[in-house]
Design a protein around this ligand. Structure first.
Ligand SMILES: Cc1cc2nc3c(=O)[nH]c(=O)nc-3n(C[C@H](O)[C@H](O)[C@H](O)COP(=O)(O)OP(=O)(O)OC[C@H]3O[C@@H](n4cnc5c(N)ncnc54)[C@H](O)[C@@H]3O)c2cc1C
Length: 439
């Protein structure tokens, strides 16, 4: 142990500082700026988009309930512009083009960005974050903001600020992680003829079993999400799992990356050998970060639960509604784990027109005065997180958090003291799906 003391400068002083520029952080920063706040978004990586770009997540989960566009507002705008620019084809994500779109939209809104900048600590004044401390190439510095928004996916800022959190199941097990991958040289028509796509079909399960028994792949993991056609040249893979990774420990994440790269080489052999259309395929690259599905869940003024999912709950302070199935990837490999997942996942899927409400209170962490949270680390129980964590869900909570932050700044109020009706009115006017809000 050493004692380490330094005097550091305040490099930025803004209305709203957003930590993390994934889908949630992007939406939060743009919304704050569009509502008149000076907004700065920080990210440890060298690009916007978080998992949706750096981790090569292949596809967007549902944006609609079959009748209504649920990720209304920024999500809808993003979706339409992505179709136009080729950043998405339907739901399929072209990660490189998606980076450009995130940056274009942030530039248009006047959001300031600092990449390669990592949150390290906070300076607290009671329950208020006086400054957040960052490390970047220029050294250590502080950022002061009237309101901070934690969009780190891992809840790093909220945890440092003293908000309570939970992680994993009752035994601390988290969902497995995945290093997604980008492939070239796939004959997609042949692949479709082969009818071996994912864990949802028997052909693929038979191939996975054979490849495992012959030692081509070293993991008996039958929960195989599969391949998505990115565009006419490229295919993105969400193929393998690494188990027992602690997302808050860099050594555990390092091991996950190394193990997953090894697995990807095995899957390349399996696909070339066993899967029609992949004979001449090449694994071009893997994600630049490990895809983490589960990390801290920050406890806020309300905890959204699987019971709320079952009830298709509505809330007075609703900031949006969503519908993706509860998708808990089993934390162990094997056939039994897959059966358990299928039962859970398929049994609970919503029908057309169904959705659950997302209350504003899940964005307001306990024990904090100038902090909001959005994205994967909002206040839910474990099962509910496995629904709301996907990209459209993060756009919804990000837009609400950014808008709420701007209102807090304007009215000099704590986030949990703002007029929620005014927030809803603003969100509704900007396209959010709020069927229970009567203007
Ligand atoms: C393998 C995998 C497959 C998935 N598949 C799908 C799918 O098909 N469809 C779908 O819709 N969703 C999918 N998801 C879920 C979705 O991609 C994520 O849950 C979503 O991106 C979370 O968004 P976020 O903004 O909360 O966090 P993230 O996307 O994780 O972004 C957080 C950002 O914060 C930054 N950050 C973290 N800590 C710090 C720090 N201390 N200092 C500075 N910056 C920091 C990170 O660098 C990152 O850029 C998948 C996820 C994984 C892992």
């Amino acid at each position: 142990m050493i004692n380490y003391t330094r005097q550091i400068g305040v490099k930025h002083n803004v209305d709203v500082c957003v930590v993390g520029c994934g889908p949630a952080g992007f939406a939060a920063a743009v919304s704050a700026a569009r509502n008149g706040a000076s907004a700065l978004v920080i990210d440890a990586l060298s690009m916007p988009g978080g998992m949706s770009t750096a981790a090569l997540v292949p596809v967007l989960m549902p944006v609609s309930d079959g009748f209504n566009f649920l990720a209304g507002g920024i999500g809808h705008e993003m979706y339409l512009r992505a179709q136009e620019s080729g950043a998405m084809r339907g739901g399929a994500i072209h990660a490189e083009k998606l980076k450009y779109l995130y940056e274009d939209m942030m530039a248009e809104a006047g959001v300031a960005i600092s990449y390669n900048t990592t949150l390290m600590d906070v300076d607290l004044d009671g329950q208020r974050i006086n400054a957040a401390i960052f490390h970047a190439k220029s050294g250590l510095f502080a950022i002061q903001a009237k309101i901070f928004i934690d969009c780190s996916g891992d809840g790093d800022l909220a945890a440092l600020a003293g908000a309570p959190f939970e992680i994993g199941d009752d035994n601390g097990n988290t969902m497995p992680a995945t290093l997604c991958s980008l492939w070239a040289g796939v004959d997609w028509n042949q692949y479709r003829e082969g009818k071996a796509f994912s864990h949802n079909d028997d052909n693929m399960l038979a191939i996975l079993k054979q490849a495992y028994e012959q030692g081509v792949i070293s993991m008996d993991d039958y929960h195989h999400t599969g391949m998505t056609r990115t565009n006419d040249q490229l295919v993105t893979g969400n193929l393998s799992h690494v188990f027992g990774i602690n997302p808050l420990d860099e050594l555990s994440v390092t091991k996950g990356l190394i193990d997953n790269r090894k697995l990807l080489r095995e899957y390349e052999t399996m696909y070339r050998q066993f899967i029609k259309g992949f004979q001449n395929a090449s694994l071009a690259t893997s994600g630049s970060i490990l895809g983490i599905r589960e990390s801290r869940r920050i406890i806020a003024d309300y905890v959204l639960t699987a019971q709320d999912y079952d009830n298709r709950a509505t809330f007075e302070d609703e900031i949006g509604r969503y519908n993706f199935s509860i998708d808990v990837h089993p934390s162990t490999p094997g056939r039994l784990a897959l059966e358990e997942h299928k039962k859970h996942f398929r049994g609970k899927a919503y029908g057309k027109g169904e959705s659950y409400g997302i209350p504003y209170r899940i964005l307001c962490p306990k024990n904090t005065d100038n902090l909001l949270v959005a994205g994967r680390c909002v206040s839910t129980d474990r099962n509910m997180m496995a629904s709301l964590r996907v990209i459209p869900g993060c756009w919804i909570t990000g837009m609400a958090a950014g808008t709420a932050a701007a209102i807090s700044v304007k009215n000099k109020q704590k986030p949990n003291q703002i007029d929620v009706k005014a927030l809803q009115k603003n969100l509704h006017a900007n396209g959010a799906f709020l069927p229970n809000f009567k203007p």
